[in-house]
Design a protein around this ligand. Structure first.
Ligand code: AVI
Length: 328
């Protein structure tokens, strides 16, 4: 029951249980390859752990993307429509968003997020940093087309989707999202999007299985969350975090693997796992120059410019919502 406007974007039952979470977990645990959508990693504990991940030495994407935003600001300004409304998909990072806004001097900032609390906090923070910049937060599920505030109807739009979050979606979902973004922003809009790059397996696996065990905690928190919120008794001490490169799909996969045969219940239903069986909890796709451009094209966006950090680990792409060139 996700509504664009009005009261509830989260649908709770009479016991305060998130119905969508319960349905996804019960379906996912009943599947042959157990799998739970990655969005459920981000309760309050998970969101804090993700913030910690962005600081760990092995996790380079946040630093690499921040470097591009810091160093290439002048170039952005020459490619992006002056006075545009920046529409951020997600409520904004306290570091990356100000770097972009400083570089391009926009006419308005419109953060979109499903979580009203995050959204209001981030919007207030931004408004304090940029006095005079109109900020119009919109509480919405940006996986669907969103009605933007009337105040920016006539302003050119720049969508901003940093972090390589697009990589957490399988290609067909990523294409659906890019198409919704195009619909939300309109013909002629631009999109600035972060995409992490394919690189050596060792670097990638270390980035998702850090020595301090922060990513392991982030992954295991999902099982703990299931126990907390869905009356589960998963023996989490018998699960271990796995991050492995899947070369066929060019992605890092996170799994929770059972160290021994276990049985447990969740929301009144019984489940079991064999020793070595896993629950697949996240994909993080990595891109090449070609695959990133192909994905943008498939989503209705024409690539205009691509920037890399000095270590060539991460890319930030600018694209435009134009009619596709006529096929031969
Ligand atoms: C949010 N997202 C882009 C992160 C990533 O790199 O795929 C999530 C993450 N999972 C483990 N570490 C970071």
């Amino acid at each position: 029951m996700a509504e664009q406007e009005g009261i509830a974007l989260v649908d709770l039952d009479e016991n305060g249980v998130d119905r969508a979470f319960r349905a996804d977990v019960l379906d996912g645990l009943a599947a042959r390859q157990k799998a739970i959508p990655a969005r459920w990693l981000y309760d309050d504990v998970g969101s804090d752990l993700f913030e910690d991940i962005t600081q760990i030495p092995e996790y380079y994407p946040t630093r690499a993307e921040t470097e591009i935003l810091t160093d290439r600001g002048k170039e952005f300004a020459t490619k992006i429509a002056p006075g545009c409304a920046v529409v951020e998909f997600g409520s904004g990072s306290s570091v990356k968003t100000p770097l972009l806004l400083k570089a391009i001097a926009p006419g308005a900032y419109v953060p979109l997020d499903i979580s009203g609390d995050f959204l209001r906090e981030a919007a207030q923070d931004l408004a304090a940093k940029f006095p005079g910049l109109p900020v119009y937060p919109v509480e919405a599920d940006f996986m669907r087309t969103v009605d933007l505030p009337a105040e920016v109807a006539a302003t050119p739009k720049l969508g901003f989707f940093p972090g390589s979050t697009i990589g957490n979606m399988v290609p067909r979902t990523a294409v659906d999202l890019l198409r919704s973004m195009r619909e939300t922003l309109g013909e002629g809009a631009q999109l600035l999007i972060g995409m992490d790059l394919v690189k050596g397996r060792d670097i990638l696996e270390a980035a998702y299985d850090d020595a301090a065990g922060v990513t392991a905690e982030f992954n295991l928190n999902l099982a703990r969350r299931i126990n907390r919120e869905l009356d589960g008794d998963i023996p989490t001490e018998k699960l271990r975090h796995i991050a492995r490169w899947n070369d066929d799909f060019a992605r890092i996969e996170m799994h929770l693997e059972a160290n021994e045969a276990i049985a447990f219940s969740v929301a009144g239903q019984e489940f079991s796992m064999r020793s070595g069986e896993t629950i697949h909890t996240e994909n993080s796709h990595k891109f090449t120059r070609r695959s990133s451009k192909l994905l943008l094209e498939a989503g209705g966006w024409t690539p205009q410019k691509r920037w890399l950090d000095s270590g060539k680990r991460f890319s930030l792409l600018l694209a435009e919502a134009t009619e596709p060139r006529k096929a031969p």
